[in-house]
Design a protein around this ligand. Structure first.
Ligand code: BGC
Length: 768
């Protein structure tokens, strides 16, 4: 029974209907009630019940449901994940609030990374929109759908800066830039949690992976991270902090070590930085099995020591680990772990449940059985229009020779390629609640758009890979229903069929890239080339002389040298989601004018990595167009990226001119207005992203060559021009100095404004 205190506060586990307005988490009176409820519960919990709250169980993998129900009823589970139906989660909540001694609700979590039932473009695609409303809206819809399936928590957004495209999880993040990723962090957390994580249609955001997971050495997943403090503070930490400032209720701890200490046992990271310096109040959750892995890192001699290190470092909940349950009771009894450490973690877990509104109503998102959707995958539950709108915004036009695009809805279009009709791949990874039967493939999208105006012919042309070992690797998780199904014909036969189809057509649209599993967790690559015979397919299609439109589907920058030189048009579509095929067809046929910009640089070759645009200055820089020995360059190929950060074309043209600064000096605490005139010089209305970069000319530490500090996405009608203004103040000039103080130093600054990070107008000012 809950105590009279909880009953008086109205925080009873009662109603089974979806609740109305929920309390805002923890301010004023609400904070008092929260603290009182938690203190009361904790005064009555046994040590075993407390340790139970720290366990996050993976359904299916960790234990079968009958056993799980018993564990929950015994008060030995804090939350579960991987179960996405109300009818499956309801009995578990019943076991918690009707059978367990203290009736503490459990929570239900899932990886809702870029959509739930409706799949939105992968995060890299969402970031390409440079449109924070779109990022927020897709997160909001994800939360609405996930909460309607009884989920309280999502392990998202993924805020790891990634500058090494070998890393397969590049696809899950928002790119390479601290500023853009931080904005996406805020927008996602806001969208997921709505006005409060307690709302019935919100889910609590657990940002991940804290910290620096994107910087694993060599881009090899789970590898170690070794990074200077300045780089950490300046580039890699800001997005996590932005997510926390936006109110994220949880933080997932990264699997990697940081400068010699695994994040999972890293006291400095979890206590000093996260809690003390940043003031984070919420739960920390280990990543899958990470506590059990501490002996493998070589910092714990066994599971017992791992449990001690993790709890002392500040890991509140253990995900899919055995160590907390097995060893914490003994560690507390022997005095090696203090009750204070256990209580601190339990308080956070109970606090998070309070903030999710679960003490007020544990069935807040489960609802009543009569209201269960008869079919969780029902078409009526999808948000297709929003997914199509987000899909269109996520596409980046890389090349468009001789205005090949947009295509006319006439004649014959040959739709070719291993990804042209790939309903699983177009969803991207981490989209397990999405149904591939509901995805619109490129082929379907082209047919729908062409209607009876144009004829669409199709040939697969190639498998994504011809390597049986790679197919086996990617299918290892899916034994019952392999995800990669190979066409058994030889590459030669498939290419011959494709060439024949192309010959019968007026234009070729060929979809190439990676199957989604290639851009996923544990999917690091040693090459960025198009796998298998896909480039051979492109070359064979080129010989037909027909206009060649290459549509890319991939979750990381690829080596596009051949396509850049030889394709007539090149469209980066990432994995565009449930409505991907419609979104891409909208762009190919010109029903939508693309405006996406790259959130990550595309290298020319894998040897150039890392290629991020905002790299630190050096003493012997290479100057394009002025080759010289003894400068920093690779001598066998052109230097600089193939496509720079911020780049992307439109069906119209834009000019940027007349960078004007309102003053050449910026007084302390003052502001400068920087403006440019942007003109749509083409024939069509269109949107573009005007970008502001700053460079600190001389500072106490080496600073980047430039840094994105602001941008505006604007729509201009054909022929229209507009003056776009940016405000520059001290906040935009701050950086971490050698003592890791966030400072601004007087001196000269260069200003760059343009439509990508390279083609810019320049000016300068002095901070007094
Ligand atoms: C991933 C996390 C994910 C977790 C639960 C782990 O393997 O690293 O990002 O949230 O699994 O599915």
């Amino acid at each position: 029974m809950l105590s009279s205190l909880a009953l008086l506060a109205g925080l009873v586990c009662s109603s089974s209907a979806l609740a109305g307005p929920a309390p805002a988490p923890a301010d004023g009176k609400n904070a008092l009630m929260k603290n009182a409820l938690i203190a009361d519960l904790m005064s009555r919990m046994t040590l075993d019940e407390k340790i139970g709250q720290l366990r996050l169980i993976s359904i299916g993998e960790d234990m079968p449901q009958p056993q799980l129900l018993k564990e929950i009823a015994a008060g030995r589970v804090g939350g579960t994940f991987n179960s996405v139906r109300r009818q499956d989660n309801r009995p578990m909540q019943d076991a918690a609030v009707k059978q367990s001694r203290l009736k503490i609700p459990i929570f239900f979590a899932y990886d809702v990374v870029h959509g739930h039932r409706t799949i939105f473009p992968i995060s890299l695609g969402l970031a390409s929109s440079w449109d924070m409303e779109t990022v927020e809206q897709s997160a909001r819809i994800s939360a609405i759908e996930a909460s309607a399936d009884s989920l309280d928590v999502t392990f998202a957004p993924m805020l790891d800066i990634s500058r090494d495209p070998r890393w397969g999880r590049t696809s899950e993040g928002f790119g390479e830039d601290p500023y853009l990723v931080s904005l996406c962090a805020r927008a996602s957390v806001k969208g997921l949690q709505g006005t409060s994580p307690a709302n019935a249609d919100s889910v609590m955001a657990v940002i991940k992976h804290f910290a620096l997971y994107g910087a694993v050495e060599g881009g090899r997943d789970y590898n170690t991270v070794d990074m200077s403090p300045i780089r950490m503070y300046q580039d890699y930490l800001p997005p996590y902090r932005a997510g926390i400032e936006a109110g994220a209720g949880g933080v997932m701890i990264a699997l990697n070590s940081i400068n010699g200490v695994p994040a999972t046992s890293n006291r400095w990271l979890l206590r000093d930085l996260l809690r003390k310096d940043w003031g984070f109040k919420g739960i920390t959750v280990s990543d899958h099995g990470a506590i059990d892995e501490l002996p493998l890192h070589g910092v714990a001699k066994d599971g017992r020591e791992a449990a001690r290190l993790a709890i002392q470092a500040g890991v509140d909940m253990s995900m899919h680990d055995s160590a907390y349950l097995a060893y914490l009771p003994g560690l507390v009894k022997s005095g090696e772990v203090s009750m204070r450490d256990i209580d601190g973690a339990v308080r956070e877990v109970l606090g998070a449940k309070y903030d999710m509104g679960l003490f007020q109503d544990p069935y807040r998102r489960i609802g009543a059985a009569e209201q269960d959707p008869p079919d969780v995958d029902a078409e009526s539950r999808l948000h297709r229009a929003a997914a199509r709108a987000a899909g269109r915004k996520s596409l980046v036009l890389l090349e468009n020779r001789g205005k090949t695009l947009p295509l006319k809805k006439a004649g014959t279009v040959a739709v070719i390629g291993p990804l042209a009709d790939a309903p699983v791949d177009i969803m991207g990874s981490w989209s397990a609640a999405g149904k591939s039967q509901q995805s619109v493939t490129l082929l379907q999208g082209m047919r729908d758009a062409a209607g009876d105006k144009a004829r669409v012919v199709y040939a697969r042309g190639a498998n994504v890979t011809d390597d049986a070992g790679v197919v086996g690797y990617l299918n290892f998780m899916n034994w019952d229903k392999p995800e990669i199904v190979q066409d058994q014909r030889s590459p030669g036969d498939m290419i011959a069929e494709a060439v024949e189809a192309a010959r019968s057509a007026d234009v070729i649209v060929v979809a190439v890239g990676e199957s989604r599993g290639m851009s996923h967790e544990a999917s690091s690559r040693t090459s960025l080339s198009l796998p298998g015979s896909q480039e051979t397919l492109l070359k064979a299609l080129r010989t037909t002389g027909k206009p060649l439109v290459v549509v890319l589907m991939n979750g990381r920058p690829l080596d596009l040298n051949w396509a850049k030189e030889n394709a007539d048009a090149l469209l980066e579509t990432w994995y565009a989601g449930t409505e991907g095929g419609h979104a891409i067809a909208d762009v190919l046929f010109g029903d939508y004018n693309p405006a996406g910009k790259l959130p990550i640089s595309f290298p020319r070759s894998i040897g150039q990595i890392p290629t991020y645009y905002n790299h630190p200055r050096i003493g012997r820089p290479f100057v394009p167009g002025k080759p010289a020995n003894y400068t920093s360059q690779y001598f066998e190929e052109p230097n600089g990226p193939l496509y720079p950060f911020g780049y992307g074309l439109s069906y119209t043209d834009f000019s940027v001119s007349g960078l004007t600064l309102s003053s050449r000096t910026l007084p302390r605490n003052g502001r400068i207005d920087a403006s440019v005139t942007v003109k749509n010089t083409g024939q069509r209305d269109g949107e573009t992203v005007v970008q502001l970069y700053l460079q600190d000319v001389a500072a106490s530490v080496v600073r980047p060559v430039k840094e994105l500090k602001d941008f505006r996405k604007i729509m201009l009608r054909a022929g229209e021009e507009r003056v776009v203004h940016f405000t520059i103040d001290e906040e935009k000039l701050k950086f971490f100095n050698a003592a890791l103080e966030y400072v601004v130093e007087p001196g000269d600054f260069n200003v760059q404004v343009g439509l990508d990070s390279e083609a810019v107008q320049e000016g300068s000012f002095t901070l007094r």
